[in-house]
Design a protein around this ligand. Sequence first.
Ligand code: GLP
Length: 241
Amino acid sequence: MEVVILPSSKEIAGLAADAIEALIRRKPTAVLGLATGSSPLPIYDELARRHAEDGLSFAQAHGFALDEYVGLPAGHHESYREVIRREFTNRVDIAAGNVHGPDGSAKDVLAACQGYEDDIKAAGGVDLQILGVGTDGHIGFNEPGSSFASRTRIKTLLEQTRRDNARFFDSIDQVPHHVVTQGLGTIMDARHVLLVATGAHKAQAVRDFVEGPVAAICAASVLQFHPHATVLLDEAAASAL
Ligand code: GLP
């Protein structure tokens, strides 16, 4: 695991965008793993800027979202499909048909989860997975206790995560209890994992997954076993290391 500490989220976004740009220029058909939450937003802003100003093209690229809430109506402002569209894919030239997300409202969720795994495989696997981390060490929505071998499936959110994410909704009551998320095994299959964390509220989770034992209680700690994991931190998020 390579840990890089930078002065601010601006530099973090620049470095992350450099890695993504290098990938896309080398392999225009690259498969990107797309995360939501606030941490990756400056990266999407920077990529949208490079698209508009430098002609960086995603026309042949593919995108796979990490996770999705269960039970939000299609088109809901906070459904991750909408967030990814609004914050990233609508701002670049990626083909709408090349952007995928797990289906949180499928009638047969188990079959939809298996289908999602199949779609990722059929696209050739994820080349670069963008990740944030939850204050409890979750990645995607793999809450503490998630199996390291897990694949895309339904999970129940912890209260802490629902509280953390309530800021995106009018009240905590509107935050769904269930989600569909790529598993830790799915995330570990990505060829390059790029995790971004900023702010003092992430310091403990960062310390736990970077320096603590590899243990299911801290899902992100599995990344210690990843052959190509890059962790980009600002000084506040790195302050407990
Ligand atoms: C959500 C998402 C995660 C994200 C986490 C942290 O729970 N499912 O993918 O990493 O939030 O979000 P933020 O970056 O806003 O702190």
